[in-house]
Design a protein around this ligand. Structure first.
Ligand code: BGC
Length: 861
């Protein structure tokens, strides 16, 4: 019988402290009979049915009741009707609003340190406030944020398992707050709230070229508002202002890049419990909240999502103990150690080894060393609180005795998004590559989408997520994280529409002007999220930013649609670019810029049309048309050759649909294939060309060439890193050279997702599962088998439920198994031109056709 699952509000799996008064609701249907789909639904609010609505909508359905007030909690259920009758009610979902109005905040920041007196990692602070509670409490919430990173304890117990809260946003404009349910942690009588507070992104060093200190302010400060709801519904804010006291604690120094220094001898037992004597502690300074907007998270928090035990432990000649965790991660170590009071263990981290030593040069000025000084009273357990590292290897220096089996584990940390997409094939190397991309995504979604998790950078580079957004939308439910980050794009966008090359922006000496393919994230990412998650609101929210970006590009053009000057990163990291000049690509950087102007202008035109902004749709269509004409005039020969005769330029022309005629497309396609073949099927593209070259080849009937590129193992190629034992995607094709040495460039990471963006091609084209309408409400199942790949499968938990495209070639028969979730349809196109496309509804479907090997090569579209 059909049931309803996954009833949820907005973009997060939970709905505590939601930031909108009218959260949209989504649900899925499960166990439906084949072809069965919703024809109507009904909500129930606090036990009151709201009436049947005839509608097939089940994703982002408008809030059906009066808007929520701040703090208001309402319990919803939903049921649906399908052709075979009504479902049962879903599990209830409690939707609770956060503080929706600035006026709801009656608390100010409390600060233990308003001016840091030294440039170097600074201590973390303990803050505590004792208070009394009388009478029964129905509900208790803490709304909290910080200048810095904070963790809360109530009566000696952690308030949550979130890490690195409040996360990093454009703090000058917007600051996230968290909502915690602390009802169970309170007790009648005396209570105490404790906070541990460190510099984090707010005041700690961030950025490269030496970085910037005190970027957002010279203080660290906590904002915490404890609110109680009594049985009669009355609410009160517990007055803590006068109660706060602070002291320094065991964290002697903490920094995201440097690591954490912890002296267990300086621990303060019981500091966050009632009855603790804080008479020696100091009073904090109050800091007004100011005008920065306090916003509820749209995404999920950072948590420990996995624990890895070492795959090998080795005593080094220098006395250090080396741990290999077998996987490059973002995270930290957790140790269990016993030894003499005052002995010091230093924990070093690195992604790879070079000459059998930790390769720490790629970390640049992020030492990533945690230091623990023992109390000496038995077994001590510790993990740092205020830092995160990118590493596969760690070495412990000064470890007393021999470590026990479980003495050191690695805690994987990232935004705790729900996994939604999987791929597997008959090729173990391809599967490992895909797995590496998944890891690089995990490791680089540490609160925001970053370039890398290890060196003195970890910044929200716009170009990286611009190319990776489709893959990110398949692998994980990343929309909440990305929607939040897009608000920062808005916050950081110049009044002239310019988008910084990374967001949040840090003034650390990088050229300020926007670059094509980077700033285009402002238009591309919202569009991708709409396409993959079916969220039209994100387009409405981002529209002004999207349009301003295109206005900006237009203002940079020569007035006739051509961008011919100014700063451009271009086809960054083209393999022929020398290590010290990654932007020195073979493709004309202004060709890239004008191609992106066409793409972004079309996206904005389509968005305007979708939102009913007809005049603007016309305007941006004409901006796109002008740029397209200029592109053709400047870069395309009448026959279809490109002035910049490179795989990246040809791929842009094909995938961005920049050519005029089929004849030109055929010429460009052949030329692309020839260049790829003449190049020996190794990579000749950088950040711009790499994500699209396989699509370009497949579009013009050379899917076999795309497969040859995918299966290449010589350097540079996607699988080269896999042959070198990589467990994540590298920044450079040759981050590690074939002789095992680390690339001499000063910019070499072993954990960048950008060049892994091609997995979207594995999902959409190799396995053949692509969106054909927003949110996969309609999908295109059109696998393109080639060469000797025996099977491939993509599984995606779409907004409507699980969709699968799974094929295999056995004994000359190509079998395709398809699963379509209720509420969605799929157009199925079988390979080899064997059958006409069919449209199928929900359920499981099998198709079989004879394999036609000759058709797998050189098919011209
Ligand atoms: C980052 C990249 C980024 C690039 C652009 C690098 O340092 O790690 O991924 O997009 O700079 O300049």
């Amino acid at each position: 019988m059909t049931t309803i699952t996954d009833l949820r509000a907005e973009l997060r799996p939970d709905a505590l402290g939601i930031g909108t008064a009218t959260p949209r609701l989504s649900w899925k249907l499960a166990e439906a009979a084949p072809g069965d789909a919703q024809i109507a639904y009904e909500f129930e609010l606090e036990g009151r049915p709201l009436g049947r609505v005839d509608s097939t909508d089940q994703v982002f359905v408008a809030w059906p009741a009066s808007p929520l007030r701040s703090r208001e909690r309402r319990t919803m259920r939903v049921r649906a009707w399908t052709g075979s009758g009504a479902t049962d009610w879903s599990e209830p979902l409690a939707v609770e609003a956060g503080l929706l109005d600035a006026a709801d905040w009656v608390t100010d920041y409390v600060s233990p340190s308003t001016a840091a007196d030294r440039t170097g990692p600074r201590p973390a602070y303990l803050l505590r406030a004792g208070f009394r509670l009388d009478g029964r409490i129905e509900r208790a919430r803490i709304y909290a944020s910080a200048h810095g990173i904070y963790e809360l304890q109530l009566n000696g117990r952690p308030v949550s398992d979130e890490l690195l809260a409040p996360g990093w946003t454009s703090y000058r404009s917007r600051q996230r707050y968290q909502t915690y349910d602390v009802t169970e942690l309170l007790k009648d009588g005396d209570n105490a709230l404790g906070a541990h507070l460190s510099d984090g992104w707010y005041r700690g060093r961030i950025g490269f070229h030496g970085g910037v200190w005190d970027n957002y302010g010279t203080d660290v400060a906590l904002l915490a508002q404890l609110e109680l709801t009594r049985a009669d519904g009355s609410t009160e804010v517990v007055p803590l202002t006068e109660a706060w006291r602070w002291a320094e604690g065991p964290v002697v120094a903490a920094s995201l890049y440097d690591g954490e220094t912890y002296d267990a001898r300086a621990e303060v037992p019981g500091w966050s419990t009632a009855g603790f004597d804080d008479s020696g502690w100091r009073r904090p300074t109050m800091i007004a909240r100011g005008s920065v907007s306090l916003e509820a998270p749209t995404g999920v928090p950072v948590r420990v999502t996995e624990v890895l035990r070492p795959v090998s432990v080795e005593r080094r000649p220098n006395g250090r103990i080396r741990f290999d965790f077998g996987q490059n991660i973002a995270g930290k170590l957790a140790i269990r150690v016993a030894g003499e009071r005052g002995s010091v263990v230093r924990l070093h981290h690195a992604e790879v080894l070079e000459d059998d030593e930790l390769a720490i040069r790629p970390l640049r000025s992020a030492p990533s060393i945690d230091i623990y000084t023992l109390r000496g009273d038995g077994l001590e357990e510790w993990t740092p609180t205020f830092t995160v590292h990118g590493f596969r290897y760690a070495e412990a220096e000064g470890w007393p005795g021999e470590p026990a089996d479980d003495a050191v584990v690695a805690l994987v940390m990232h935004s705790d998004m729900v996994r939604t997409g999987w791929f597997r094939s008959s090729d173990p190397m391809l599967d490992r590559f895909h797995e590496n991309v998944v890891w690089s995504m995990r490791d680089n979604f540490v609160d925001l989408p970053t370039d890398c998790p290890q060196r003195d950078e970890r910044l929200g580079w716009t170009g990286d997520i611009q190319v990776f957004a489709p893959a990110a939308s398949f692998l994980y439910s990343s929309i909440g994280t990305l929607a939040g980050w897009l608000r920062d794009v808005v916050a950081e966008q110049g009044s002239d529409g310019a988008v910084p090359n990374f967001v949040p922006w840090v003034e650390c000496g990088f050229p300020e002007p926007s670059s094509a393919a980077w700033g285009d994230a402002a238009a591309v990412v919202p569009w991708v999220l709409h396409e993959r998650f079916g969220d039209e609101k994100i387009l409405r929210d981002q529209y002004d930013s999207m349009a301003a970006w295109v206005d900006h590009l237009e203002s940079q053009s020569d007035g006739q649609g051509l961008i011919r000057e100014g700063f451009q990163l271009g086809d960054w990291l083209d393999p022929t670019a020398p290590p010290e000049d990654p932007g020195d690509a073979r493709t004309d950087r202004y060709l890239v810029a004008t191609a992106y102007l066409v793409k972004s202008a079309r996206i904005v035109a389509d968005t305007a049309a979708l939102l009913g902004r007809t005049a603007e749709a016309d305007h941006y269509s004409s901006v796109a048309a002008t740029a397209l004409t200029a592109f053709r005039r400047e870069y395309v020969s009448p026959s279809g050759r490109l002035v910049s005769d490179t795989p990246t330029a040809l791929s842009l022309a094909l995938v961005f649909d920049l050519l005029e005629t089929d004849a030109q497309r055929a010429v460009a396609g052949r030329r692309l294939r020839d260049l790829v073949e003449q190049g020996g099927y190794v990579i000749q593209t950088g950040f711009v060309g790499t994500p699209i070259i396989c699509d370009a080849l497949a579009l013009v009937g050379h899917v076999d060439a795309a497969y040859r590129l995918l299966f290449q193992t010589a350097c540079p190629s996607w699988l080269y890193a896999v042959t070198m034992g990589a467990t994540t995607v590298w920044e450079r094709w040759d981050s590690m050279l074939p002789d095992g040495t680390v690339n001499p460039g000063e910019m070499t990471s072993f954990n960048h997702y950008a060049l892994g963006a091609v997995v979207d091609f594995l999902h959409r084209v190799v396995a053949g599962l692509a969106p054909a309408a927003p949110g996969y409400r309609r999908m295109l199942i059109a696998p393109r088998p080639a060469l000797d790949l025996g099977s491939a499968e993509a599984r995606l938990d779409t907004p409507y439920g699980l969709a699968v495209s799974s094929w295999r070639k056995v004994a000359g028969v190509f079998t395709l198994d398809v699963v379509v979730p209720p509420g969605a349809t799929a157009e199925v196109r079988l390979p080899y031109g064997a059958a006409a496309p069919v449209v199928v509804g929900s359920g499981e479907h099998r198709f079989e056709v004879p394999v036609d090997a000759s058709a797998e090569e050189d098919r011209v579209a």
